[in-house]
Design a protein around this ligand. Structure first.
Ligand code: MF3
Ligand code: CO
Ligand code: CO
Length: 256
């Protein structure tokens, strides 16, 4: 069963997702060579608690931290630790919160200092693919329309799409139906209806699509150790245009 949210619930989901968006911007202020991912995690945890919310990932299936911090060849679910960021790295930061019973979930991949042109292009194409997916997130379309749009654009640009991890419904649970793959065929998959809330989160590899899980039981990295990027927004389905509940505005005001 895919939940249909009322207008009031969607406003609560917007609050949760805007708090995640602000949290990511707080973290972004501190991203620089020499900083550890563990320090970034502390900043996020404190900011979320100061805003009367709870970290959404902490304790989820036993996950130990507030953020997922995934560097370079790490795709997602990197665990914050003592590892030190260095000039030229890219880092996906994924954050969840629980506020008033509703989850927020958003991710952005940042450059650490100056990065090379190949990595810049990977970030640009991955983020653009997310917005192409969002364009398809309207009533009457199917999840396959979103996946197709993301996959087509990334593959035309020479990249590959991770298959094993997908976007998802978002609400009173972090992960709800439907699954929202970043690949697929037009016209396939569950039909989208107004009031559904989903997270679209392309995970795009510079090299091959294959991934492996590290021995820590969480971190996912590319099998070929080439770089990977990840962007995520939560959107509510409407008739003509998705209502984007989270935003990169706070982050990008800082970066520009
Ligand atoms: N990255 C996941 C998502 O965006 C959630 C991570 S759950 C955790 O849907 F437990 F790994 F933190
Ligand atoms: Co996420
Ligand atoms: Co998600």
């Amino acid at each position: 069963m895919i939940n249909i949210r009322t207008a009031e619930e969607i406003e609560l989901l917007r609050k949760s997702n805007l708090l995640v968006s602000e949290t990511l911007a707080e973290v972004a202020k501190r991203i620089a060579p020499g900083v550890t991912t563990g320090e970034l995690d502390k900043i996020a945890e404190e900011f979320i608690n100061d805003n009367d919310a709870k970290p959404g990932f902490l304790g989820y299936n036993g996950y130990p931290k507030t953020l997922c911090t995934s560097v370079n060849e790490q795709v997602v679910h990197g665990i914050p630790s003592g590892i030190v960021l260095k000039e030229g790295d890219i880092i996906s930061i994924d954050c969840g919160v629980l506020l008033n019973g509703y989850y927020g979930d958003t991710a952005y991949t940042f450059a650490v200092g100056e990065i090379d042109e190949n990595k810049k292009r990977l970030l640009k194409i991955t983020k653009e693919s997310l917005f192409l997916g969002i364009e398809k997130a309207i009533e009457g379309n199917r999840t396959g329309d979103i996946g197709y749009a993301v996959q087509e654009y990334c593959e035309v640009n020479g990249y590959s799409v991770v298959r094993e991890l997908v976007g998802h419904g978002l609400g009173t649970n972090l992960h709800e139906p439907p699954e929202v793959p970043n690949y697929g065929r037009r016209g396939r998959g569950p039909k989208l209806k107004a009031g559904m809330v989903i997270c679209i989160e392309p995970m795009i590899n510079m090299g091959r699509k294959e991934i492996i899980q590290e021995a820590d039981g969480w971190t996912i990295r590319t099998a070929d150790r080439k770089a990977s990027a990840h962007f995520e927004l939560a959107v509510a389905i409407q008739k003509d245009k998705a209502d984007i509940l989270s935003t990169f505005k706070y982050i990008e005001e800082l970066l520009n």
